[in-house]
Structures are given as C-alpha cells and as structure tokens.
Design a protein around this ligand. Structure first.
Ligand SMILES: [Fe+2]
Ligand SMILES: [Fe+2]
Length: 395
C-alpha cells in the first residue's frame, strides 16, 4: 500500500498555509529537522509546556474499565491468571444489555492491577479493561476527553440507499460479525458529525478564516452521509434496520489556538489519516463491488478531511507561533512513542488494524509533522531576523 500520494497532499496543504516558508520535502522520520540552508537544526528545544493529557489517554477509540462479581458476566470458560483463577478470563460489559440494536463489539481483557485494587473493598471483584477498536475518523470527545459514541437502536431512517450487497454466500455467524463491525463503524461516523460541529464552534472562537469554516461545514455533511452508508451496510448484513439513539452531547471545547491545534492534530491529522488508509485498504479487499465502491468514496472523503486538518494545524502554527509549535512538538514525541508501542504489540487479535495505524503514523503523520515543525523553526528564525534588524541603529 503506497501512502505517498496522501503524504504529498498533506504536505501541500501545510505549504499552502505557510506560503512564505520553504517547506522541507518529506524527510526520513529518523532524521532531525533541517534548516532552510539544509543544515541540521541544533537549536535547543524550548522547555515543553506541561498539562496536556498524553496521547495514550486520548485514544481515538472508546475504551474503559469495569468490575463484576466472580460468578457473573463470564464470557468464556477460561480462567484469569493466578491468584485470580475464580475470575473468568473475559466478561461481558454490564452495559451490553442496554443496547437495543446490535451488540457492541467490545474487546475485553482481565486486568490484575484493577482487580487487586478493587479487592481492597470487595473480595470477590473481578476487573476488566475494554476497547472498541475503530478505524479512526474524527473522534467526538466528552468533557473528560474520552471518545463518545451513541448507542444503537432499531430504526430505518438512518439507512442510505446503497444498492444490493452480496450477503447470501455468508454463514449466519459471518453475517452477524459483519453487522456488528459495520454498526460499530457507523457509530464512529455518526460521532464525527458532532466532532465537526464542535470544530466549527472552536474555529469561530479563535477567529479562523472562512475557507476553513466552509471546508468544515462540507466535512460535516460528508460524515452524515458516511454514517447513513455504514448503518445501511450494517442493516444489510444484520437483516434488520439499525441507527443511532441519542448521543450524549457534553462537548469538550478547544478554545485556544494551542488546544485547537493539539485536538485537531490528534483527532484528525492522525485519526482521519488512519481512517482514510483503512477505508482504502478495506475497499481493495472487498469482494462485493458495491461495497468496494462505497468504501473507496469514503476513503477519498476522509483524505480530504485529513487534508483540512493539516491546513487547520498549519494555520494555528502560523498564527500562534512558538506556543503552538511546542504543543505540536510534544504531540510528535508521543507519536514516536506510540509507533514503538504499536510495533512491539504482537499479542493482539486486531493485528491488521494496529499494523495499519503504525504504518500511517510512521509514513505520513510523523514525516509531515517533522516537516511542519521544521517550517516553524524558519518562522522563529525569521521573526528573530526581523526583530534584530529592527533594533539595528539606522545610518
Ligand atoms: Fe467519515
Ligand atoms: Fe472524516
């Protein structure tokens, strides 16, 4: 899979927002940023601001933890490791029964540390962590910063007219798995509608130019269509209509250039770049031509959304200067940490998704971020030159 065209597109978007700067060509991520004359930047990095939640706490995918009593909610006959062998290795989430539509697709695993803590109060507690894997897309975060999606219910009005899918050769369990997968994807697309609505307010609050607002509004419409397509695909595999219930809307606002740049970087430069690549990958592997075509179109939309994100972040960098650059530099370091972590994580059932995310981070997000921050070094240098000239005595 070649990610070069997407990388070139994002670099071009960054360049458009930083027009007076010589944007370095995409560098080997292992190499440090270079200056305009090609020399390696040796400037001492300013002290990084503290107080941002680390990116590991800002997963694009819903996740959490829960505890149940020893004998309840067992999902498998296998036992948790000693000394907690009376706990099941996996358990159903207590909220699963609340979902009136398709069963949420949570990946649950036993957590010994949480169990040890909980047993200080309840000697029968068994604790688990869970994650709903997602391809990416623009996450909608609640007031705590956690990604939020709506539960699903049986309803027909969110299904787009997508044409007939080939479902007959599939076994019942395969159709059920596909219905769960597409319901999960649909809830992320649906949440992206709220995320772009929030972005509109955030952009207005920091005085963004109209072209960014116009593109954000168009992206909101794209996400409505993506959600309708994904719910329709879920209904086709599940043989009954499905759509979103009420979404809990307690948005976490980004009201400064720094927080806007950081949230856009994490949720969109990363999230929508990954989503676009994942959809393109799924399109290439889809045997059904109708589904392949829908996925390709959605991938193209997500790539445009990622391009918009790079424009927004580059604009925030141009407008906010060093403070924004420091926040992005910190996010860049977290990308490096995540790449190392993803590449070491082999004992996972979602290997394809993890490998794809690692590849996008390594081949798109990191080099584009390095190039953009290299430009910001020019920005700082340029300002210093101007101020030094201004302070020179005139003759
Ligand atoms: Fe989308
Ligand atoms: Fe998107």
């Amino acid at each position: 899979m070649s990610l070069s065209p997407a990388r070139a597109r994002y670099l071009s978007a960054i360049r458009a927002m930083l027009p007076s700067l010589l944007l370095a060509a995409c560098k080997d991520p292992a190499q440090p940023p270079t200056n305009a004359d090609g020399t390696t930047s040796t400037a001492t990095a300013p002290e990084k601001p503290r107080g941002y939640p680390p990116m590991s706490n800002m997963s694009p995918c819903p996740n959490g933890a829960f505890c149940v009593a020893e004998s309840s909610n067992a999902l498998s006959d296998a036992s948790a490791p000693a000394p907690y062998a009376r706990c099941a290795a996996a358990a159903t989430h207590p909220d699963d029964a609340k979902d009136a539509g398709f069963k949420p697709d949570r990946l649950v695993s036993f957590n010994g540390d949480n169990t040890a803590d909980a047993r200080k109060k309840d000697a029968t507690a068994c604790c688990y962590t869970w994650l709903t894997p997602c391809a990416g897309g623009r996450a909608f975060r609640d007031a705590t910063g956690a990604p939020s999606v709506a539960p699903t219910v049986e309803r027909a009005d969110w299904s787009a007219a997508i044409g007939a899918l080939t479902t007959t050769p599939l076994r019942d369990d395969e159709r059920a798995a596909l219905a769960a997968h597409w319901t999960r994807e649909a809830t992320f697309e649906h949440a992206s509608i709220a995320s772009f609505a929030q972005l509109t307010l955030d952009l207005l609050s920091v005085g963004a130019p109209p072209d960014l607002l116009e593109a954000t509004q168009q992206a909101t419409l794209d996400e409505i269509e993506h959600a309708r397509i994904a719910f329709a695909v879920a209904a086709a595999y599940g043989a009954r209509p499905v759509g979103p219930a009420a979404l809990a809307v307690m948005p976490g606002a980004s009201r400064t250039l720094v927080s806007l740049a950081r949230s856009t970087f994490i949720d969109a430069c990363v999230g929508e770049s990954v989503a676009s690549a994942a959809l393109a990958d799924a399109s290439r592997r889809a045997a059904d031509p109708v589904l392949a075509s829908l996925l390709a179109a959605m991938s193209s939309d997500e790539e445009r959304h990622a391009e918009l994100a790079w424009r927004i972040v580059a604009w925030a960098l141009r407008t906010g200067g060093a403070e924004v650059a420091r926040a992005l530099d910190e996010a860049k370091e977290e990308i490096v940490t995540e790449i190392v972590s993803l590449e070491q994580d082999v004992a996972i059932p979602w290997r394809r998704e993890v490998e794809l995310r690692a590849t996008v981070l390594r081949e798109i997000v990191l080099p584009c971020t390095v190039a953009m921050l290299g430009s910001s070094d020019y920005l700082t240098a340029g300002r210093q030159t101007v101020s030094m000239q201004a302070s020179l005595p005139s003759h």
